[in-house]
Write a protein that binds this ligand. Structure first.
Ligand SMILES: Nc1nc2c(ncn2[C@@H]2O[C@H](COP(=O)(O)OP(=O)(O)O)[C@@H](O)[C@H]2O)c(=O)[nH]1
Ligand SMILES: [Mg+2]
Length: 227
């Protein structure tokens, strides 16, 4: 079942136990915090000194949704995203995607359409959630709005893998969306969108990395830099 035997599980098959098995992937530029977010969700101890991921990893997580047992496989990349060239097997049979950018590096936000396009080439219909990570670097960033997600009809979350803000919320929503998708339902995503709209309607008006009034911003290199 694990990657150890060199084969990935078949997510279209029912598992022997009858549990629902779903695959959730994270996409986004290198070093936006995809691995740290998964680690943060799975084990509540964050080690900031840890190095980036070097191998493809599959994290298996068992949980309950309503009354059902759910088995979630979070896939993590081997860093292929550095070359903007993910292997098709990464997308294969995925049920939900978390699209991540780093609020301290504008280029990672500007690259979201590219990641979404690649995702849609492989998985046209799966639910996709958008996470603005590293808000701990500057919490004021949460006063700003990032319109890409809204334009795409995606739920949006300000998160921090570092201090855990919204991480559980993001992953619970992603799991719910994945299971809903597998069960051929779109209701859940509608629900999430409605809930987040209420949540976000508290007058957050500043533009984040977006250029006001829809003007194209050609620059992809002038974000504040940190590392
Ligand atoms: N300040 C801060 N740093 C983070 C956060 N999440 C990840 N990092 C750092 O960003 C770097 C890249 O994280 P990683 O999870 O390997 O990114 P990935 O390449 O997208 O998987 C690491 O040095 C992490 O410690 C966060 O929420 N806040
Ligand atoms: Mg990684």
């Amino acid at each position: 079942m694990s990657m150890a035997d060199g084969k990935s599980p078949d997510y279209d098959q029912e598992s022997k136990s009858g549990d629902t098995t779903v695959k959730v992937i994270c996409l986004g530029d290198s070093a936006v915090g995809k691995s740290k977010l998964v680690e943060r969700f799975l084990m509540d101890n964050y080690q900031p000194q840890q190095l980036s991921t070097y191998a493809l990893t599959l994290f298996r997580y068992h949980t309950k949704l309503n009354e059902d047992n759910v088995c979630v496989d979070f896939w993590d990349t081997a860093g292929q995203e550095r070359f903007s060239n993910m292997h098709p097997s990464y997308y294969h049979q995925a049920h939900a995607c978390i699209l991540v950018f780093d609020v301290s590096r504008k280029v990672t936000y500007k690259n979201l359409p590219m990641w979404l396009k690649e995702l849609r080439d492989y998985r046209p219909e799966i639910p996709c959630l958008c996470a603005a990570n590293k808000i701990d670097v500057d919490y004021k960033i949460t006063q700003k709005s990032f319109n890409f997600a809204k334009k795409q009809g995606m739920p949006f979350y300000f998160v921090s893998a570092s201090d855990g803000t919204n991480v559980v919320k993001l992953f619970r929503d992603a799991i719910n969306a994945a299971v809903s998708y597998k069960n051929n339902s779109t209701d859940y995503m509608d629900e999430v969108m409605r809930e987040l709209e209420t949540f976000n309607s508290m007058g957050l008006t500043d533009s984040g990395f977006d250029t006001p009034d829809g003007a194209e911003n050609k620059s992809i290199t002038d974000g504040p830099s940190i590392s």
